[in-house]
Design a protein around this ligand. Sequence first.
Ligand SMILES: *Cc1c(COP(=O)(O)O)cnc(C)c1O
Length: 353
Amino acid sequence: MALPELLIDRFKLKHNIGTLLKLAATQNIQIHFVTKCLCAWRPVVEAIHEAGAEYFADSRVENLATIQDLGLSRMLVRIPMISQAMDTVRYADLSLNSDLTVIESLSDAALALDCKHGVILMVEMGDLREGFLPEEVLDIASRVLNLRGVWLAGIGANFNCYGGVIPEERQLEELVLLAGAIRERFAIPLPIVSGGNSGSLYLLKEGRMPTGITHLRVGEGFLTGIETSYRRSIGDMYEDVFTLRAEIVELRRKPSVPQGKIGPNSFNEIPVFEDQGNLWRAILAIGEQDTRCDTLSPKEARIGFLGASSDHMILDVTLALRDFKVGDVLEFSPDYAALLRAMTSPYVTKKLI
Ligand SMILES: *Cc1c(COP(=O)(O)O)cnc(C)c1O
């Protein structure tokens, strides 16, 4: 047993996939399952595939390269780098795009590899991350249609990221109108109208997804069971697919306020302390190299977070309901940020159970 470890519950994960597929099917939405938070770790992607998912997406070409044989489609959701145009075309059949020179490079790469790559034009709808301005899109579409290595598969928008903008019917209806204008002007099918990420799932759940949105790119939703616009439960999903486990290496009663002249802590911040008297403090062998510590939720009640450095997390267990001892293992539910770092950390053992 190598700790810390991240346990992934296969049954619960597959249940969540099934729920999402059913929900999407009721409103004729196709979903690309985003695996970036899982580093597209094969055993998990295989489980997702077994649960019925056929379309996968990731932000890294390297991740897509490892799941080439799984499912029917692999989409790159980060704007491709020109320096990676060849591998993008090799490992992704679709990519999200917001730059014409990048699309030209993809077309050249596809011609060199004797294939055709599907391009989705991202449209800026307020969140201010990637996307062409809406007024540019018709002109860009006509240029893309002149490139021989790519085909225009759709348009899409992203929300809930840089600006925290919540997707609402208004923006999505504008996207649908824009798709209609492209279809009409160029007489093409334009099958994909991609209405966002897990932040759009509340619209699906409430039956408010505008007609004409045909596609979503979902990562966090099926992992945590939460939509990311209002952070509410999606429903009929497990919210505890993942469990992070770490071991106590010191347990001692110490004052709550450090003694001595206070300077920067390990992350160059000047810490501030409130005097709570003496506390029972547990030091766990897990730190910022393994996960994001301050957002972990302990599975046991009445445990407080005191601080963390690269390799140590300090918890207040004064009021905990049982007596701990050194060597005991504590369990936590990671949120998306903690999960992302745990999956990418080589120090965390991953187990699909
Ligand atoms: C990460 C990402 C997604 C998936 O987002 P979730 O919030 O995990 O559902 C979708 N689209 C793009 C462009 C992304 O980068």
